[in-house]
Design a protein around this ligand. Sequence first.
Ligand SMILES: [Zn+2]
Length: 77
Amino acid sequence: MNQRTIVQRRTEHHLDDGDHERFAHYVDKADMTRSAVTGDPVRALCGKKWTPNRNPDRFPVCPECKKIYEMLKEAGR
Ligand SMILES: [Zn+2]
């Protein structure tokens, strides 16, 4: 029983901490390249800052990033 409680707490904590990793965010390509070299965190369009995973493809696209990206695309015409 005690062990189970600990595991659940850990999971909750992980969800809090790793929320940004549940989405694939839009990031400037130059930023991404620099991060791959330096290991520095990148900043997504939605303002999230994190060190990217190698494989974000399996995550759904961050809705905020998508919204901003589409706005930029329209504005950039
Ligand atoms: Zn995002």
